[in-house]
Write a protein that binds this ligand. Structure first.
Ligand code: FEO
Length: 413
């Protein structure tokens, strides 16, 4: 990897992680992910955020510092925007090479950095509006943006270039190659990163959407000319593009989103599976798109991303021992944990000696405060009849109509 110049005196250092890694030990990364660290050179040198301590890292970071003619001991300030170890794991190694640096973070960040790394160095707690003058015209101003992603989070703004170093905020999944800025990526590559932004958003920060909106309000008061996040490309030609995308994704937290239905289905012996065809026909007849995931075969990370951008959710699952099909209960609970709220929904499925799926479904919806609005369920004993399948089709049409009427128009942002 090579260090990249982002703006005068600001450089991006990067470590990619591959598709074999589960982010946070949970989330698949089919296109990998990048960990971006930033070096700001004034008279003094500051490093803003770092990288994890996966195999081969942070040595890759030190190699990039070498390219810039900077030694570890030249770094006077280590600025931690966010303490999660994907950005701070390198500190263990760094502190063995440099014993004289100051760590700047929010008060929560200082607390967490001490707990994670126990460094024997100077710590300074900063708050919104505090600044550090690096000399040679480089000045860093801090803005607290709590819970994007942890409560400790802040953004660092370099005033001479208008560069917002914002860690998890405005991040995307997807590894970075030679092209690291939006002005070097073609339209197709930008679209891929925007899809990776959806996966990242739904998996990592969706639960904190109100805080994302608060953060956008705060940074909109700054003269932001470059958005340089901790993950994904830098937005230099069009910083508004990623900010607007985040604004849109945050707005999905209320429920209405794209005119799309995520269909989740699981079947024990193929009876519930038979409802899939009329269900999809009904949605298509209303001119609404659907994305289908089989449960438990599909990963929750993918389902979550799809559910986040969908206005409607259709569940097709059998009752299992008086309750929901177990893997569907797990999925529903996780959607609730990640605050997938206010969706329009339908349910269909087979039962044998007893129903009971609805009771558990209601319990999860209530426990997780999900506020989904269901059309009447279509439950059937054993195998579906022709009439039942027709009922499923009508139910799916009803859902799709509601989705079409409630979805957010593209022109909102
Ligand atoms: Fe990229 Fe929440 O750490």
């Amino acid at each position: 990897m090579r260090a990249n110049e982002v703006a005068d005196g600001i450089y991006r250092l990067c470590a990619n992680i591959g598709s074999e890694v589960l982010f946070e030990g949970i989330w698949p990364l089919p296109k990998g992910a990048s960990m971006n660290s930033y070096l700001v050179k004034g008279k003094d040198v500051a490093i803003i955020d770092g990288v994890g301590d996966w195999d081969g890292v942070p040595e890759t970071l030190y190699a990039q510092l070498d390219q810039l003619g900077v030694k570890a001991e030249d770094i006077r300030y280590v600025i931690i925007n966010h303490t999660e170890p994907d950005h701070t794991g390198w500190l263990r190694s760094f502190s063995s090479m440099n014993h004289d640096f100051e760590v700047l973070a929010t008060a929560r960040g200082v607390e967490l950095a001490k707990a994670f790394f126990g460094l024997d160095v100077a710590f300074r707690a900063v708050k919104s509006g505090d600044s550090v003058d690096l000399g040679n015209g480089k000045r860093l101003v801090f803005e607290e943006i709590p819970n994007v992603h942890w409560p400790d989070t802040m953004a660092t703004f370099e005033t001479s270039t208008g560069t917002l170093l914002c860690c998890d905020a405005f991040g995307t999944f997807g590894a970075i190659g030679e092209a690291f800025c939006d002005d070097q990526l073609d339209a197709a590559q930008l679209e891929i990163f925007e899809r990776e932004a959806l996966r990242y958003y739904a998996n990592i920060v969706g639960r904190f959407s109100q805080q994302v909106i608060n953060a956008i309000d705060k940074v909109s008061k700054l003269d932001v000319r470059i958005v340089a996040p901790g993950h994904g490309p830098i937005w230099r030609r069009n910083p508004e593009r990623i900010i607007r995308l985040y604004q849109r994704l945050a707005s999905y937290a209320k429920g209405p989103a794209r005119p799309l239905v995520t269909v989740l289905w699981g079947s024990m012996y193929g009876n519930t599976r038979k409802t899939l065809e009329p269900l999809l026909d009904g949605i298509a007849e209303e001119g609404v798109d659907a994305v289908v995931y089989q449960v438990p075969q599909s990963h929750i990370g993918d389902i979550l991303a799809s559910a986040w951008e969908s206005t409607g959710i259709a569940l097709a699952m059998p009752t299992y021992e008086y309750q929901m099909f177990p893997p569907m209960a797990v999925i529903l609970d996780e959607l609730g944990r990640k605050s997938v709220k206010g969706k329009l929904a339908m349910r269909t499925g087979s039962f044998g000696w007893s129903g009971g799926a609805q009771k558990e479904l209601d319990e999860i919806l209530e426990r997780r405060h999900m506020g989904w609005h269901f059309v009447d369920p279509v439950e059937f004993r054993g195998a579906p009849t022709v009439d039942t399948l027709e009922q499923v089709r009508r139910c799916a049409r009803q859902l799709a109509r509601q989705v079409r009427e409630s979805a957010l128009p593209d022109s909102v942002f």
